[in-house]
Design a protein around this ligand. Structure first.
Ligand SMILES: Nc1ncnc2c1ncn2[C@@H]1O[C@H](COP(=O)(O)OP(=O)(O)OP(=O)(O)O)[C@@H](O)[C@H]1O
Length: 294
């Protein structure tokens, strides 16, 4: 596996009985990139990610995560001492699962300090608590946290070991808008510091803002991988120009040359065209089309 590939997947397959959750999936994630997996409920995202994290066994295919097969039972193989490589590998991978964040009577600070002790080169727990915006709650027992605050704690535990590769499964579910913005900043900081990040999300704006590339998964298959601006030939998509007639009726036209149309409208109206808007399909429009909703 070349050094610039963090994750390499070929022909991945996983079925639960007759239900094929992941079918013949190929994927490369490069070191240092932020990769977002999008897909409707039940598409196979969590199954794929949990196989990459070493929590689920695949039925077929080849998987390498930071050069190691994450499959439960195979990580301690090879020429290295049994057990040792598992710990090494685990220490290099950070994981934020969907919703844990509750540790009974322990406080936020106690939990983060405790987890920091698992890693040889763990980060400063108080700094991490601050980065996820939980300083004011450091002394609070985790069962008293709000849903969004529990997610922040999950994120803190995912990054406390200073991972090379961080998996985030729907990380901002339950966050208020301000917390999402703060979380996005954190992801940008981690990415700027060289962390490879794989996230699943249902928020198209999140994928567009954070991801270098997005992969759309539907029915267990990867439908497309592209930079957000190019997904589904988005760049080439026609623009919709809308305006109002002098009588106030709504008009619109699709155009590959919207500037020419706007110039023509300006001439027609002798200046400002009333209610003028020019739009192109959003990532959400393209995504919904790809997964067959429009
Ligand atoms: N432990 C399991 N046992 C049986 N079937 C499962 C199990 N986990 C997932 N599945 C099935 O596999 C398919 C893919 O599920 P998965 O959780 O990977 O989807 P997802 O894309 O992560 O969905 P969501 O967006 O709802 O989290 C679904 O049909 C689901 O019912």
């Amino acid at each position: 596996m070349s050094d610039d590939v963090a994750i390499r997947v070929r022909g991945l397959r996983k079925a639960y009985g007759d239900n094929v959750a992941v079918a013949d999936l190929d994927l490369d994630v490069h070191r240092g990139e932020v990769f977002a997996l999008l897909g409707p409920n039940g598409a196979g995202k969590t199954t794929t990610v949990e196989i990459l994290e070493g929590y689920r066994q695949r039925d077929a295919g080849e998987v390498r995560v930071l050069g190691t097969d994450p499959s439960p039972g195979s990580r301690s193989g090879g020429s290295r001492a049994p057990g040792h490589s598992v710990r090494d590998w685990r220490g290099r991978v950070g994981i934020v699962l969907q919703g844990t964040g509750e540790f009974d009577e322990l406080t936020v600070a106690e939990v983060v300090h405790h987890f920091a002790g698992f890693y040889p080169h763990g980060d400063d727990p108080d700094k991490v608590i601050d980065r996820v915006g939980l300083t004011a709650k450091a002394g609070a027992r985790t069962h008293t946290l709000s849903g969004g605050q529990k997610r922040r704690l999950d994120v803190a535990l995912g990054i406390i070991g200073r991972p090379e590769l961080l998996f985030l499964d729907e990380p901002t579910t339950g966050f208020d808008p301000e917390a999402r913005r703060e979380f996005w900043e954190l992801i940008r900081d981690l990415s700027a510091a060289g962390t490879t990040i794989v996230l699943t999300t249902h928020y198209l704006d999140e994928a567009e803002t954070l991801a270098d590339r997005v992969g759309v998964i539907a029915g267990g298959r990867l439908v497309e991988v592209a930079v957000p601006a190019e997904l589904g030939n988005r760049r080439e998509a026609l623009a919709t120009v809308s305006w109002r007639t002098p009588e106030g009726a709504a008009e619109s036209a699709q155009s590959a040359t919207p500037t020419a149309l706007v110039t023509e409208l300006a001439a027609r109206f002798g200046g400002e065209a009333p209610g003028l808007t020019v739009t192109r399909p959003t990532l959400e429009d393209i995504y919904l089309r790809m997964i067959g909703h429009r």
